[in-house]
Design a protein. Structure first.
Length: 203
């Protein structure tokens, strides 16, 4: 089994994954997330239902198909931040870079936002995923504050930062999102950063 065959296989898997996402999102957008079955997604993507589960554990994971990549990138950015850079500075830098790379006017991204906005269950899943990011932020803040991981101080500040991320997301559900989305997050960032600095002064 040569390198070329492995490369071809990986390309084929990537195309199948993309086809599942495209087919599923089109169905979700047309009929609503809750009214589409995995069998229907498989039929639209021209795969067997069992093949679906080789790529995604659930329908929800199709909608948030890129979350693990984003999560890993945020975690790495915060964990590997240089000495002297705070968790909030690292988070803000990551969000700025991310927003500059994402085309929120892209039809596929707009479709995803419509599908999530129309489904309470997907909104809950979205909050749960932001909750995972919140834990990473809290661990970084604990290091900044010189307190134990899981401390109340770090968790409270991280919760405020996570709320800012959800608020930022909500702006892209609107027909006319702001020209400068970072300005939205910066309002929360300034508040949270002020809280961190106050806690650091208290020691």
């Amino acid at each position: 089994m040569g390198v070329e065959e492995l490369t071809h296989r990986e390309r084929k898997k990537q195309r199948t994954r993309e086809q599942i996402v495209e087919s599923a999102m089109a169905l979700f957008d047309e009929r609503g997330f809750e009214h589409v079955t995995i069998s229907e997604i498989a039929a639209a993507a021209d795969i067997a239902p069992r093949t679906f589960f080789s790529y995604f554990p659930s329908k929800e994971d199709v909608v948030f198909h890129d979350f693990d990549l984003v999560f890993d990138a945020i975690k790495q950015r915060i964990d590997a931040r240089p000495e002297g850079e705070s968790t909030m500075d690292a988070l803000r830098a990551f969000i700025g870079d991310y927003l500059s790379q994402v085309d929120h006017k892209d039809p596929a991204e707009q479709c995803r936002r419509r599908v999530i906005s129309a489904s309470p269950s997907l909104q809950q899943h979205d909050r749960e995923r932001v909750g995972r990011i919140e834990h990473v932020i809290a661990d970084g803040l604990a290091r900044d504050l010189g307190v134990q991981t899981g401390s109340l101080r770090a968790r409270v500040v991280a919760a405020a930062a996570a709320a800012g991320l959800l608020e930022l997301e909500s702006y892209f559900d609107k027909d006319a999102p702001p020209d400068d989305p970072m300005a939205v997050f910066d309002e929360v960032f300034t508040f949270v950063q002020g809280g961190v600095q106050a806690l650091q002064r208290r020691g």
